[in-house]
Design a binder for this molecule. Structure first.
Ligand SMILES: NC(=O)c1ccc[n+]([C@@H]2O[C@H](COP(=O)([O-])OP(=O)(O)OC[C@H]3O[C@@H](n4cnc5c(N)ncnc54)[C@H](O)[C@@H]3O)[C@@H](O)[C@H]2O)c1
Length: 384
């Protein structure tokens, strides 16, 4: 039986993926082999020696000490794309919030009701103050065509918008899923110049931090509407404030509000609701549970954030899984030491190497000898 510890409430739909005949799940284990976690802080967590995998049901992993895990031979997984539909749906809402003064209108209507006004009568007189524009026929620029950006681009095209996308690292998979009506441009200047709306779906990095700033607005159409469901730090708040005041930007819908920007006229602050749907939590939990079971039972690593990803179909009765610091000799050593190998594969990531080797028989002795080699961090012998 594998012991899985839950460090947060994990959706039952995810836990149901773990066959009760092979998995015990508890939030009190002290010698667990794997952990399912959402936001619990794990930086001070003492890892039991049995622990080999942690899956974060979600995208961000800054609650987990990735380097310490890698050095201990513990694979950390996340669930990229599992919340993409939830964010896409909020992006559709954000496009409308950026276009029509829905939030202002709703607040005003409630104020009328609280003041004892005849609401049905006053709305007809007051509604003109909240008129907006339609999205149909307008151009949306999508920055970052990954799991979320692709879906946003495609749904906007289906809603009758013209869509241009920019992604300097566009994957083949993403390119193939992109609606043919969406045009991919090679530089941001072209995208900025074309867009009535801009939707950000790129990661926050040293390079992209603050990249939505005065210089960027100077290349955009006057009155552009900006949607940020990616990360708050992508946008320079001071420049955004000035651009809203001058009319360079007509509205800014952000899922990452802070005290500096939330009360600025033209800002629609959403309290980080992008991934907050029941379905998204379920999708993340299902993906996390599947990643854990594929690794525990087959040694396959899919969506790791700290060690190399590597998968191989398994036809024999024995499989050796070796996590090591990078070592150019290790693949040769494993090939020599394991007799009768039918398949072997490896992958590197940063300073680490992962090897899968299949044979019809692999002894504990050989596995222990490989575990004792220089730089080897974890060896597992899986038997069918
Ligand atoms: N609001 C929320 O609750 C919420 C939820 C999930 C994700 N997010 C955020 O949404 C963003 C996208 O998430 P995702 O799951 O689609 O990630 P992803 O990794 O699937 O896609 C990101 C894309 O951005 C591209 N990219 C990288 N650098 C770029 C650059 N300089 N310019 C343009 N494109 C660039 C990458 O090539 C990739 O295709 C991330 O910032 C993530 O943190 C927010």
């Amino acid at each position: 039986m594998y012991r899985i510890k839950t460090m947060n409430k994990i959706s039952p739909k995810g836990l149901s993926r773990l066959d009760a005949a092979r998995y015990e799940v508890s939030d009190t284990f002290e010698n667990e082999q794997a952990i399912l976690v959402r936001s619990a802080k794990m930086h001070d967590y003492a890892f039991p020696s049995e622990l080999i995998a942690i899956a974060r049901a979600g995208a961000g992993v800054n609650n987990i000490p990735l380097d310490r895990c890698a050095e201990a031979g513990i694979v950390v997984f996340n669930t990229p794309g599992a919340n993409a539909n939830a964010v896409k749906e909020l992006a559709v809402c954000a496009l409308l919030l950026a276009s029509r003064n829905i939030v202002g209108g709703v607040e005003w209507t409630k104020e009328q009701a609280k003041a004892g006004e005849d609401v049905a009568a006053v709305v007809e007189k007051g509604k003109a103050a909240f008129a907006g524009v339609e999205i149909m026929g307008k151009t949306l620029g999508v920055v970052g065509l990954g799991a979320i950006g692709i879906q946003v681009a495609n749904v906007a095209a289906a809603l009758g918008m013209k869509v241009v996308g920019y992604d300097p690292f566009l994957s083949v998979r993403s390119a193939l899923s992109l609606d043919p009506k969406v045009s991919h441009v090679q530089d941001l200047d072209t995208l900025y110049a074309a867009s009535d709306y801009l939707s950000l779906h790129l990661p926050m990095t040293a390079e992209t931090r603050g990249s939505i700033n005065a210089e960027a607005y100077s290349q955009m159409k006057k009155g552009v509407r900006i949607i940020n469901l990616a990360r708050g730090e992508l946008v320079n708040n001071a420049d955004m404030k000035a651009a809203l005041e001058s009319g360079a930007v007509a509205s800014y819908v952000t899922d990452f509000p802070d005290s500096e920007i939330s009360l600025v006229p033209g800002v629609v602050p959403i309290p980080h609701l992008g991934a907050s749907s029941e379905e998204s939590e379920e999708n993340c939990a299902v993906m996390a549970a599947d990643e854990i079971s594929d690794y525990l039972e087959h040694g396959n690593i899919v969506n790791s954030v700290n060690l190399p990803n590597l998968s191989m179909g398994w036809k024999t009765t024995a499989r050796l899984c070796v996590i090591s610091r990078k070592n150019p000799e290790l693949l040769k050593d494993v090939t020599t030491m394991v007799q009768g190998i039918t398949a072997i594969t490896s992958n590197q990531r940063g300073d680490y190497l992962y090897i899968l080797a299949d044979a019809n028989e692999i002894s504990e002795t050989v596995a222990n000898q490989i575990a004792a080699l220089d730089g080897v961090l974890r060896v597992r012998l899986l038997l069918k």
